[in-house]
Design a protein around this ligand. Structure first.
Ligand code: GAR
Length: 206
């Protein structure tokens, strides 16, 4: 199945620092990624990423998740994304697992970035998991989101070496640099209609 988003309008979801969001915004500002950030949504009111989005004049929404059933929260988020005519949802450090309500509303229309070479080290603290396991290389993965945890078809990956002297922080910083590069590249591939899903594989067309 060829993925062909109807437009280049992104909806960014974040829960924290927002450095991936900023890297994407920078690429758009410099003209190297052709896209519009239609809205930035956070489930955490004080998320630094949300603050930065507000400060840079983007449309933002704080949608609390606490105390709500997952379906209710997701229906609200999907409603806001649709209202803003978003065709690609970009999870950028959004620390909630998405359920069926959300995923079925954007079939192959949601990307996530994860700080490991999936399928290794899914879930929380992926960089520490990699360090504790003793791997020589780790990295990051951009993938389409489906019902599995960090398990959807992979669009892009980048590897980095793990040094003997690494801490979780130093490894995270090395990986983050690559995250900032490959996320925008993967978004461009999807928006340009170059991705075809074939089972678990994503074929990239010219
Ligand atoms: C990034 O390292 C991202 O890969 C990770 O959270 C960080 C968010 O940083 N995401 C996950 O672990 C998802 N399972 P940011 O807020 O500075 O973009």
């Amino acid at each position: 199945m060829r993925v062909r988003p109807a437009n280049r309008r992104l909806g960014i979801l974040l829960s924290g620092r927002g450095s991936n969001f900023e890297a994407i915004a920078d690429r758009i500002a410099s003209g190297s990624l052709q896209a519009q950030i239609a809205i930035v949504i956070s489930n955490i009111e004080t998320a630094p990423g949300l603050e930065r989005a507000r400060a840079s004049g983007l449309t933002t929404a704080f949608i609390p998740s606490r105390g709500k059933a997952r379906d209710e929260f997701e229906a609200e988020v999907v409603g806001v994304l649709k209202q803003h005519d978003v065709s690609l949802v970009v999870l950028a450090g959004f620390m909630r697992i998405l359920g069926a309500t959300f995923i079925e509303s954007f079939p192959y229309g949601i990307l996530n970035i994860h700080p490991s070479l999936l399928p290794a080290f899914h879930g929380m603290d992926a960089q520490k998991q990699a360090l504790d396991h003793g791997v020589r290389f780790s990295g990051c993965t951009v993938h389409f989101v489906d019902q599995s945890l960090d398990g959807g078809p992979i669009v892009a990956q980048a590897a980095v070496p793990v040094m003997v002297s690494d801490t979780a922080d130093s490894l995270s910083a090395r990986i983050l640099k690559e995250e900032h590069r490959i996320y925008s590249e993967a978004i461009e591939l999807v928006l340009a209609g170059r991705c075809e899903i074939e089972g678990r594989r994503v074929l990239i067309h010219e």
